[in-house]
Design a protein around this ligand. Structure first.
Ligand code: MN
Length: 197
């Protein structure tokens, strides 16, 4: 069971409505991407492993174009309950801003994901509503000094890959898979357009 100590230390649960997280059986393979308009907009990629969500902040968001390499900074493990968090984090709190459940589903590692994480190359498939098919996370060797854990998120070549000239998935699919809401609607506290699927 991985630890959520860092996750909890960063947050004031008397102020934010983010979950504190409990103990979990270490068996699932859930996948989620949360669009997070904090000080800087980014997309948080989370992959369930050993009872927690391994997490990366993808600064420019995922791309379906295999030649696009998107910087993904590994951040603290998050609780599995975080996957359902959509709403606002108060200003002044850690990560203050608006969070949307942009995509979710399952992920399937190719090979042992623990050794992949250690080696710095994770190969996997995603079965989400927006993202599908093969993906790679590759750690950058020279940029891991200190606390910056820099990886690249790269689409693998398959039938789900797109060309540069195709529409950008981020603008083509801007709303929440959980509520159908836009970022502005979540920020304004509007009700869900439809039931969570
Ligand atoms: Mn974030």
């Amino acid at each position: 069971m991985a630890e959520l100590r860092t996750y909890r230390a960063k947050r004031n649960f008397g102020s934010t409505r983010e979950p504190r997280g409990g103990k979990r059986p270490a068996r699932g393979n859930r996948y989620v991407i949360q669009k997070h308009a904090a000080r800087r907009l980014h997309y948080d990629l989370r992959l369930e492993l050993d009872g927690v969500m391994k997490s990366w902040a993808v600064t420019r968001g995922p791309s379906l174009v295999p030649s696009d390499k998107r910087l993904a900074i590994q951040v603290e493990d998050h609780p599995v309950e975080y996957n359902r968090f959509e709403g606002t984090i108060p200003k002044g709190e850690y990560g203050g801003g608006t969070v949307m459940v942009w995509d979710r589903g399952r992920w399937m590692p190719e090979g042992d994901p623990r050794s992949g994480l250690r080696k710095g190359h994770l190969e996997f498939r995603i079965a989400g509503k927006k993202l599908r098919g093969r993906w790679h996370l590759v750690r950058l060797k020279n940029r891991d000094r200190g606390k910056l854990r820099a990886w690249l998120l790269i689409k693998g070549g398959d039938e789900h890959a797109r060309r540069k000239s195709d529409p950008d998935i981020l603008t083509a699919e801007p709303t929440s898979v959980a509520s159908g809401r836009t970022m502005a609607e979540i920020a304004a506290g509007k009700r869900a357009r439809r039931r969570a699927a």
